[in-house]
Design a protein around this ligand. Structure first.
Ligand code: ADP
Ligand code: MG
Length: 686
């Protein structure tokens, strides 16, 4: 297929279309309507008035056209047919519209009919100036998903034009279409853009119509093909052989102050087996907050070191990286492992030293933040890359670290996340990812009780904090998220700290936020860990990973502003010791529908998988994964809740097309991917 471009469009439109992801003719053709308007029928004005409250289309001649200034400036156009008359009211209008709707002009107008103060009226109707006897369309009129400043008229025109230019050949062979009972591509697409008047509108709206099924299948097939190809490409790469589970691994297990849980032992076995393969591992280690992923990662690192390679552990924040460093170095350095520490806030000299350790291979393990992926960091012999809280990193960042292997070998990759990906999502978005799950918490944890409390009871909450601290418990107080302004967020944190310090004079109240220097943050965290500080006021910098087992009360202000996974992560900072933990979600009423659902979910469950499932339900997969994760919301049509059966079918077809790679199949795969993914395929590869 020759690449086609959108021509003959003003630049501004082109960029607006591009914002919607519409760059080629095929993109436009696959930009399907979200709903339709029925302009196929006209009723008399009298009939429309009788039906009242419904959307109707009427036709009449303009009898009056005036700009009224009361109660505000507006254009009122009166039209009449032989059965009655009706006002069209425009609160916003252009001068050209005033001229266009001159007396004597014939119009068709479509809107809900209301009975206003001056009689029957339509407010801001859709309308067309026509000549008498102009035929009615026989098809429904498409309404497309649109962006700012992009009118339906432009979209309709561009899409119709693109439909004349594209190559319509069906990418699926006839036999396959017959076998899967799929309708043909071209008629399906045409029908979805221009459905005939008599179509089953319910099946169009809920996307169960066979034409929709074809679109969904094609989309899912493209995705599965692309993922499977990525998987093959990965398997074709060489990786360091990390075969030895030797002295270090054994000594490490011996000095651990606890036994691995059954789940930890199981996932460790899965990872160990992967590391022995001659191609790079790509494994996601999922486990709810507090399930003990760090130790598993450290044991994987020990295997790399035992095999004579280096391992790198990258965490999204300095606080977390530091915590890992202390914990893991505390375990491994006594066993003779050199652990290097590398973050952006290191002094120049220290940075140069750390980089040298990494480059010479003297450091067998490197722990740090994004600083690890700087160009200046070269590894002597990188065997294993570990990315903690992987969802916090962009695809490109993870890729950069993985590309730091040497001798043409791609290091193994272990990603960790407490944000679980439900099975259907994992299957569609991460087909090239093995998944290990820690589905068991270490013993001795007590459940967290969660309550939602109106913000106006803040004083009672402060008293509660006081009482808890006097009992020897430690408290996190999380400040509200202020997305618009980091400065404002900081201000709020500082204010909250001052208020709490004043209200709790007999306690030590600490403050930690993202703008503090790393050393300052560290000092506060240390004091909190040592229980010199009882109440820690924090912004979301503590969201990930922070582990202070004695903290057992968490207060989150303006909890309604946080997303579900963020609330779950925050709450995961408590419930790490044996004391009964409490999480108080302060909210500002009145609560919106989604916020209410979120808080209810938080009260009802502490199971990260269940929370993720509901989050997916509330937000949909595109938002759930976030643009950073998915590159783009790759599935536009298929809906994972309802179309799971199609996912399975698409997977099987993809499998068989790739497994029998004779020329015909290869051509099908190419054509199908070109049509559906164009240049977007790269996002799926990491
Ligand atoms: P996460 O999975 O959220 O990253 P961590 O790795 O930080 O969890 O572990 C949470 C806490 O549980 C840590 O203090 C860790 O030392 C402890 N821990 C991990 N595994 C076990 C175990 N098998 N038994 C007891 N405590 C454990
Ligand atoms: Mg962790």
């Amino acid at each position: 297929m020759p690449p086609s471009t959108i021509k003959a469009l003003p630049k501004s439109n082109e960029s607006k279309l591009a914002k919607l992801g519409l760059r080629t003719d095929m993109d436009l053709v696959l930009h399907l309507p979200m709903r339709y308007e029925d302009e196929t029928q006209v009723v008399t004005i009298r009939e429309a008035c009788l039906r009242g409250g419904h959307v109707s289309q009427v036709e009449g001649v303009v009898t009056k056209n005036e700009i009224s200034f009361k109660p505000r400036k507006q254009l009122i156009v009166t039209i009449a047919d032989e059965t009655g008359e009706l006002n069209l009211r425009f609160m916003n209008y252009y001068g050209s519209q005033v001229r266009q709707l001159a007396e004597g002009v014939r119009v068709r107008a479509r809107a809900e009919l209301k009975h206003g103060f001056f009689g029957a009226e339509m407010v801001h109707p859709g309308y067309k100036v026509i000549i008498e006897g102009a035929p009615l369309p026989s098809e429904l009129t498409p309404v497309y998903p649109s962006g700012v400043g992009l009118s339906q008229a432009i979209l309709r025109r561009e899409i119709a034009a693109a439909m004349k230019r594209i190559d319509w050949h069906d990418t699926l062979p006839l036999a396959l279409r017959a076998q899967m009972q799929l309708v043909d591509f071209e008629p399906a697409v045409r029908l979805l853009h221009y459905p005939p008047q008599e179509i089953d509108e319910g099946a169009l709206a809920d996307r169960s119509h066979p034409a929709w099924t074809r679109m969904k299948f094609d989309e899912l097939l493209a995705q599965q093909l692309s993922l499977k190809r990525a998987q093959r490409a990965r398997r074709a790469k060489g990786a360091p052989l990390l075969r030895a589970v030797g002295a270090l691994s054994e000594a490490f297990l011996e000095i651990l102050p606890f036994q691995l849980t059954g789940a930890q032992a199981r996932v460790l076995k899965e990872i160990r087996a992967d590391l022995r393969n001659p191609y790079p591992m790509q494994r996601l280690l999922q486990g709810d907050v507090g399930s003990g992923k760090t130790i598993v990662a450290a044991l994987a690192a020990a295997q790399a070191i035992d095999s004579g390679y280096q391992a790198a552990l990258m965490a999204p924040t300095e606080i977390l990286a530091d915590q890992h460093f202390r914990k893991i170095a505390g375990w491994l350095e006594p066993l003779g492992v050199k652990v290097a520490w590398l973050t952006g806030s290191l002094k120049k000299k220290a940075k140069i030293e750390a980089t040298a350790l990494v480059e010479s291979g003297a450091a067998q393990l490197v722990i740090g933040t994004h600083a690890l992926i700087q160009d200046s960091v070269n590894f002597a012999k990188l065997g294993l890359v570990i990315v903690d809280e992987q969802h916090r990193f962009g695809v490109g960042q993870r890729l950069t670290l993985r590309n730091k292997g040497s001798n043409g070998k791609t290091p193994h990759q272990l990603m960790m996340s407490a944000t679980p990906i439900p099975r259907t999502l994992a299957m569609t978005y991460y087909a090239d990812l093995e998944v290990s799950v820690i589905d068991e918490l270490p013993p001795g944890r007590s459940p967290i009780v969660t309550r939602a409390i109106d913000q106006n009871r803040r004083d009672e909450v402060i008293e509660r904090v006081h009482a808890a601290a006097l009992e020897g418990r430690q408290v996190y107080w999380v400040c509200p998220l202020i997305e618009e302004s980091e400065a404002l967020q900081l201000q709020t944190a500082t204010d909250t700290h001052a208020t709490l310090a004043e209200a709790l004079p007999d306690l030590q109240v600490g403050l930690v936020h993202g703008r503090m220097k790393a050393a300052e943050k560290q000092e506060v965290m240390d004091a909190f860990t040592a229980n010199e500080v009882q109440v820690l006021v924090a912004t979301t910098v503590i969201e990930v990973g922070v582990d202070v087992p004695n903290a057992s009360l968490m207060v989150i202000e303006h909890a309604e502003r946080f997303g579900l996974s963020q609330l779950h992560q925050l709450r995961g900072r408590v419930g790490r010791g044996s004391a009964a933990s409490v999480c108080l979600l302060l909210y500002q009423s009145p609560l919106g529908g989604i916020a209410k659902q979120r808080l209810m979910t938080m009260r009802e469950t502490t199971d990260g998988f269940e929370i993720a499932r509901r989050d997916l339900e509330i937000r949909g997969p595109g938002e759930f994964l976030g643009a950073r994760q998915s590159g783009e919301a790759m599935l536009r049509f298929a809906d994972l809740e309802n179309d799971g059966w199609l996912v399975d079918q698409a997977r099987e077809v993809a499998q068989s097309l790739l497994e029998n790679p004779h020329a015909a199949n290869a051509a099908i795969v190419e054509a199908h991917l070109a049509r559906w993914l164009g240049g977007k395929e790269d996002f799926l590869k990491v």
